[in-house]
Design a protein around this ligand. Structure first.
Ligand code: DAH
Length: 338
């Protein structure tokens, strides 16, 4: 009997010491000392023994069970220890390594100019208004007195999303949104993003404009020129003045294109102004009474002026950026300079 128990002990020893996994160890545990193990069925033979031999037999079986239990516990401790060491090794962190550098960012030149524009106009009593980039034809064209056959409605200029839904091609849409909600006096600017199907060194399919709208009794073209000149001098320098060239916009009458003295050569003529001494900045005019009528503003009582300037253009001139596409290339080396 003793021999048989020894056999069990030896085979348990060799099997248990072979294993390297906790899962396998659990299986071995139930195989060698579990309820259905050989050792336990051995224990059942106790009833067939003479009474006086039973205690010694029981003790022997228990001792064997205890020995196997100890082997299992030792093995378990060893496996856990080696697993722990493996984890420590694989998750090792070298605290002496230099850290990853997080470089400080900088504001985009358009953001800088956008903010400066807002500051200048806020200081002159304007509010800042906003409108959606995704617009409908009513706000982008109809309410701005743009006839159905106007070339600007053409698919090749305007990005249509679906019938009647488009990406606004001008911030003039916000004029409409403001006049729908508020009655005069109105004095707002609205900087924002616009979209047109064009792409070269001085045009980007997504670009930025700032719109201005002033409506009140007795507003004149002279007020428009005054405010624009104050703005331009604050934005660029005291030497900068403007000139108006007659033009046509559906929503203003009379309308004009705004040029400013070249900020680079101050009118002498250089490569930036292509020798003319002047730079184109945007459009302006007196709000067409048709627009007022459509938005139920009394065109007999009120007059207004409006203008739209290119923010990207201002940023390019201010920071001497030669190609508009640089503003949208997201090259950090370029953007860091501002
Ligand atoms: N919306 C015009 C454009 O994108 C610019 C413009 C012209 C805006 C005249 C105005 C304006 O407010 O009065 O070309």
């Amino acid at each position: 009997m003793k021999e048989e128990l020894n056999k069990i002990l030896e085979s348990a020893k060799s099997e248990i010491n072979k294993t390297g996994s906790i899962h396998e160890l659990q299986q071995l545990k139930s195989r060698f000392i579990g309820k259905k193990s050989g050792l336990m069925s051995f224990m059942k033979q106790i009833s067939s023994l003479p009474k006086e031999e039973r205690p010694a037999f029981g003790q022997l079986v228990n001792e064997t069970k205890q020995k196997i239990t100890n082997i299992i516990l030792n093995c378990e401790a060893e496996i856990k220890e080696s697993d722990y060491k493996k984890t420590l090794k694989s998750e090792f962190i070298d605290l002496t390594m230099p850290g990853r550098k997080h470089e400080k960012g900088s504001l985009h030149p358009i953001t800088l100019v956008w903010r400066e524009i807002e500051d200048i106009f806020l200081s002159m009593g304007f509010d800042v208004a906003e409108g959606p980039d995704v617009e409908d034809e009513f706000h982008n064209f109809d309410a701005l007195n743009t006839p159905p056959d106007h070339p600007a409605r053409n698919l090749s200029d305007t990005f249509y999303i679906e019938n009647d839904v488009l990406l606004r091609a001008q911030t003039s849409t916000v004029q409409v949104r403001v006049m729908e909600k508020h009655k005069p006096p109105i004095k707002i600017i609205s900087p924002g993003r616009c979209y047109r199907n064009e792409n070269d060194a001085s045009h980007s399919p997504a670009f930025h404009q700032v719109e201005a709208l002033v409506v009140d009794e007795g507003v004149t073209f002279a007020d428009l020129r005054d405010i624009l000149n104050i703005f331009l001098k604050k934005m660029f320098s005291e030497n900068i003045s403007s000139r108006f060239r007659p033009h046509f916009f559906p929503f203003t009458e009379p309308s004009a294109e705004i040029d400013i003295i070249c900020v680079n050569c101050l009118g002498k003529g250089c490569n930036i102004c292509k020798g003319s001494g002047w730079l184109e900045m945007g459009g302006a005019g007196m709000v067409d009474p048709n627009v007022f009528d459509m938005l139920e503003i009394d065109s007999e009582k009120y007059t207004g002026y409006a203008f739209g300037l290119g923010i990207d253009r201002i940023a390019m001139l201010k920071f001497k950026i030669p190609d508009m596409r640089m503003l949208f290339a997201n090259d950090v080396r370029f953007l860091k300079q501002f």
